[in-house]
Write a protein of this length. Structure first.
Length: 197
């Protein structure tokens, strides 16, 4: 939420590019689970979260995404996938793996007036948001860091939001879910084909 607020504030100026990474160490659990070891593996498991986060930050992303790399190191289904889009604004590169051994998340935004970076998530330990203001023509940028050391706040926040929508009678649709499902289905087929090469 802090990253989205930063993006919409305009403080960074034009966002040039965003790269996100989401990794965990569940390769062996997936391999030992008949239903999880089918299909596109880590792409559906972790890629859905990266796409949902990117859409939360940047709005409508469309369908123009492609597989950059898809590997099956320890599993029959892809356990390390990189995909992205050069036509989204900003261009996105999203990487996910089941081979990280410790759960980890990073996000890097490169922009006209600086950059912003997230390391880790609260549920896995300290989560830090780093904001760097660009120095022209070049130089060491001033840096602001905010670190959260707390339990995962997202479930309570999401539940309160959901309750508010229900109590207020707000009309919603499944547009985001349909978009995610459609995009992940196509990318999943491409990831399976790429991993088989």
């Amino acid at each position: 939420m802090a990253m989205r607020d930063l993006i919409t504030s305009g403080r960074l100026g034009q966002v040039y590019r965003c790269r996100m990474f989401y990794g965990n160490g569940t390769a062996r659990l997936v391999r030992n689970s008949e239903w999880r070891e089918q299909g596109a593996g880590g792409l559906h498991d972790l890629g859905s979260h990266l796409l949902d986060t990117a859409a939360f930050w940047f709005g409508d992303l469309g369908q123009d995404f492609g597989i950059i790399s898809s590997q099956t190191y320890e599993n029959r289904a892809p356990d390390h996938v990189v995909f992205g889009s050069e036509s989204t604004r900003p261009p996105l590169e999203l990487e996910m793996t089941l081979l990280n051994w410790r759960n980890h998340f990073t996000a890097d935004l490169f922009a006209e007036k600086g950059s912003a970076h997230i390391t880790s998530l609260c549920k896995w330990g300290p989560s830090t948001l780093i904001l760097r203001d660009r120095v022209l023509p070049a130089g060491r940028p001033p840096e602001e860091q905010t670190t959260l050391i707390q339990d995962d706040p997202t479930w309570a926040t999401e539940y309160a939001h959901f309750k508010g929508l229900c109590q207020g009678g707000v009309q919603t649709d499944l547009g985001t879910d349909i978009w995610l499902n459609s995009l992940l289905h196509r990318l999943g087929e491409d990831a399976i084909a790429e991993a088989a090469r």
